[in-house]
Design a protein around this ligand. Sequence first.
Ligand code: SF4
Length: 407
Amino acid sequence: MESNKHDIENIPYKEKSFCALPWIHLATHPIGTVTPCCITDMENDMSTAKKDGFNMFLNKDKLEDIANSDLFKDIRKQMMKGEYPAACKTCYFYEKSQVYSKRMESNLKFKEHIDACFSNTLEDGTLKKVDYRYIELRLGTVCNLKCVTCNPFSSNRWNEDVSAFKGTEFEKSYFKCDIRTEWYRDIKFYDELLTKCENLEEVWINGGEPTLIREHGYFLEKLIEANKAKNINLHYSINMTSIPDHFIEIWKKFKHVRLHLSIDDLEERNDYIRYGSKWEIIYNNFKKILQYKDLFRLEVCQTVSLLNVMNIDNFKKFCLDHDVVVAHNYVHHPSFHHISALPSPLKEKLLAEIKYLRPDEKKRLTAELEQTPSVDAFSKFQEFTKLLDIKRNLKIYNYLKEWNNLL
Ligand code: SF4
């Protein structure tokens, strides 16, 4: 039986607004922008490091300047004063609902560095020394899938379908992403990063699809050569379309490896949602990686949206049957995919029929369902689905039966 491992009572600084991440973390984005972490509020780029009002980019700005950009300094300054930066509202929102937040998780994980965060910071929020303990590398937009909940800024294959939204309200969010800065293929970037990673403890690598970006292997090999890999936890998100053996060999040299296996649903349901993937291949790779269960920690990462939430419990059963942990990552952007837009009768049916989710997972699901949906969210979901189905020559209800009479 699984247990809820989170001990909310013992989170350092739980009563204040402080979070260690704006001090010790580098969170990169596929196009080369940087935010304090991956869940800070992205609305209108409000959490993105900027210089003179313009976004900073990893292919042209120094890591030192990004870490000490005005916004990042401000967030640190506010947290040092016990104030609540707007960029971090997601964490504070979850905590109000008694839900374990990324802030709590991070403060617990990096608790022995919290005092050093303060002593390493000037009054205006400037870091005296940039020393990343934890980095997240989102290695560009190169991907072989175009998942429905994704977008052209995370998967370059999505560019093929943006014409579906021409002249519609979705056009402003789904347009061709032609930013070609391939910072994640640039060895100079990895060399600069290595100078800021003296005490690195954790690397989270995702994309796009990281197994398609061989260059990041250079960074990992340098950490192996420097005899640091044995102290570093690796954390990957992979889309399961391929698991190259040469990466498996590199991963074996690191202290601890945690693989997030991105699978959103089962069989043809997954083919629709993670468009471009074939269940047979995904399932074969799933069985391949299960053989390394004793070496790597495996965790299925399910992106939960309106598309798959009605099957969340069945998916949980699949994971239990294969003895693999599943983490639920709820879609907040675009807001019309968020599960709060689910029609009320379906919400009731869903919660009444849950058999396999743990109590804390059901609590989180309930908290998400109870959020106030964005304006016209369900009708936007219907319209978006209709337009994308036309472009892809699909009908959602042939794959996701619950939408048979609703879309
Ligand atoms: S408080 Fe939350 S949103 Fe802000 S940096 Fe920490 S984990 Fe990220």
